[in-house]
Design a protein around this ligand. Structure first.
Ligand SMILES: Cc1cc2nc3c(=O)[nH]c(=O)nc-3n(C[C@H](O)[C@H](O)[C@H](O)COP(=O)(O)OP(=O)(O)OC[C@H]3O[C@@H](n4cnc5c(N)ncnc54)[C@H](O)[C@@H]3O)c2cc1C
Ligand code: FES
Ligand code: FES
Length: 504
């Protein structure tokens, strides 16, 4: 469907407004050290298609097209201080416009002086490939691990290799030869990516384009890459229905698998400062384009319980692209971060043409995918109060597979108690209604009660009455009711075990 004349008029008016600023009608992307200026239809392609069909870099394979198998893994490098920091991502669920001013390294770009690198040699020696379809993605993911090992020259442990390959599926090898290849990779030979591609050269080149915001159009599609929040808000206000694509780990799956075809698209990837995470006055402030990987790193020490949930969230590729804001606005009732945000009383900062508004997490969701978010507003910051030392926080994710799986049921419980008396409890469940729910009756029941098994058994029964789960492919309604009831007993026993261990 073509854009209406009125909408086109606004886009051109916006382009004219931008005219007093430098602007470009192409995306600048670096592939294996080479600058590519991508305009027109190509700018709207998935990165995997652009690599394979335009750049003839066919080493990047495509299997699932939904971020699950990792066959399409490439490294995406973004400027970080004086360096370029590389992270594995799924090229099938990234469109070219999302990679403006990024350096992409594909399997073809990982050779050292035209020879196989140490990971590739070890894969050959250990017969780590059979049909070979998954192999480029696995090598790229492992090269990312060995890039981090370059300085220490220490070998990778089995746990590190398994973690690095969480997002890579292989249907042939049974994984043992692949793991062995990782274990036997000669770290002495590992070459840092910044040695293969000197950062300075690429950063200098990026610097020449940095001041120009891309506004790229092809037929009825338009992409805008603002550099400031005010530009982003202005654009969104002028174009109702603009789709923000950040990591694209939700939107691009909908595009690939459900025929979603957004016409006016904006990425916040070049908005400076929006990916920062800081702690101020006991509050963790997460920028609107901070990735889940950045968040995981930040909370490992600060909120280990949340870090544990982020560890089983998706795969490294998904977390390197996906953002906290994307998880919030996608508004899935089984989104893994939302129950935590509810019980921590987190608030979202929404920036629109009238300024900044703050909304509490548990009042942001008005119904299934219905949000308290105006059409010109953008989630620019998430403020999360840190758990008090006196409180106990526990988060639960129930899914069929440990990693890289959509949850069937999620729960967050934070409790304050004094000796054996519960002072207060905040509870949120996901996967039990069309939005994540707080459980006010159960919370009220627990306040002031004795910290005993009987209390939590009784609380579980009240919790069961507060939810209305449905049956779907991930679980029957009855199963979810049982989980809702018994998870509170689990909470009690875990607290008791920790207390006993602490006393020993
Ligand atoms: C293989 C795979 C595994 C996954 N595993 C999990 C999992 O374990 N747990 C889980 O909860 N989710 C999971 N997801 C879903 C997804 O990764 C997360 O929801 C992620 O946080 C989305 O972030 P994003 O930046 O990629 O969002 P996008 O896809 O870019 O955007 C999602 C939505 O948010 C909107 N949006 C994004 N940023 C803003 C902003 N700043 N302001 C306003 N609107 C905005 C977009 O317009 C869109 O509507 C998985 C997805 C895949 C493909
Ligand atoms: S093709 Fe499977 S993750 Fe991209
Ligand atoms: S070698 Fe065939 S899928 Fe991995």
């Amino acid at each position: 469907m073509l854009l209406g004349c009125w909408q086109r008029y606004h886009i051109y008016a916006f382009a004219r407004w931008l005219n007093f600023k430098p602007m470009r009608d192409y995306i600048v992307l670096y592939i294996n050290g080479k600058e590519c200026r991508v305009a027109g239809a190509d700018a709207f392609l998935p990165l995997s298609s652009y690599l394979r069909y335009v750049q003839s870099a066919t080493g990047t394979k495509v299997v699932c097209e939904e971020g699950d198998c990792g066959a399409c893994t490439v490294l995406s490098g973004a400027v970080s201080g004086d360096e370029i920091a590389y992270r594995p991502i799924n090229a099938c669920i990234q469109n070219v416009y999302q990679l403006d001013l990024r350096h992409v390294i594909t399997i073809e770009g990982l050779k050292v002086d035209g020879e196989l690198n140490c990971v590739q040699k070890s894969m050959v020696q250990n017969q780590g490939a059979q049909c070979g379809f998954c192999t480029p993605g696995i090598v790229v993911a492992m090269c990312s691990l060995f890039d981090k090992k370059c300085e220490s020259k220490t070998p990778a442990t089995e746990e590190e290799i398994r973690d690095a390959l969480t997002g890579n599926l292989c249907r042939c090898t049974g994984y043992e030869p692949i793991i062995r290849a990782g274990l036997e990779t000669n770290t002495e030979e590992a070459i840092a990516l910044r040695a293969l591609y000197p950062s300075r050269q690429i950063i200098e080149s990026i610097g020449k384009h940095k001041g120009d915001a891309p506004l790229v159009q092809y037929e009825e599609r338009i992409f805008f890459g603002p550099q400031s929040i005010s530009e982003a808000v202005e654009f969104k206000a002028k174009h109702a229905g603009t789709t923000i694509i950040q990591g694209g780990t939700d939107v691009c799956v909908q595009m690939n698998k459900r025929g979603f075809d957004p016409k006016v698209i904006m990425s916040l990837n070049n908005v400076s400062g929006l990916n920062e995470l800081n702690v101020e006055d006991g509050i963790l402030r997460v920028g609107g384009r901070a990735t889940l990987a950045q968040l995981e790193e930040k909370v490992t020490q600060l909120i280990p319980e949340f870090a544990d949930i982020l560890w089983v969230f998706g795969s490294p590729q998904i977390k390197n692209a996906g953002t906290l804001a994307g998880n919030i606005v996608n508004a899935s009732p089984i989104a893994d971060t939302i129950p935590f945000l509810y019980v921590m009383d987190a608030e979202f900062e929404l920036t629109g043409s009238k300024g900044v508004r703050k909304v509490k997490a548990d009042s942001f969701y008005k119904g299934y995918k219905k949000l308290d978010l105006q059409s010109d507003e953008i989630v620019t910051q998430v403020n999360i109060p840190l758990p008090k030392k006196s409180s106990t926080l526990k988060l639960y994710k129930v899914s069929k597979r440990k990693n890289l799986d959509i949850s069937t049921f999620t729960a967050a419980v934070v409790m304050e108690r004094e000796n054996d008396q519960i002072r207060s409890a905040r509870i949120a469940y996901g996967g039990v209604a069309e939005v994540v729910l707080r459980l006010p009756k159960t919370e009220e029941f627990l306040a002031g009660k004795k910290f005993t098994e009987e209390t939590f058994v009784a609380a579980g029964k009240i919790a069961r009455g507060e939810i209305r789960p449905i049956s779907d492919v991930r679980g029957e309604a009855d199963f979810r009711l049982i989980l809702a009831e018994t998870i509170l007993e689990k909470f009690f026993h875990e607290c008791n075990e920790e207390q006993a261990a602490w006393a020993r």
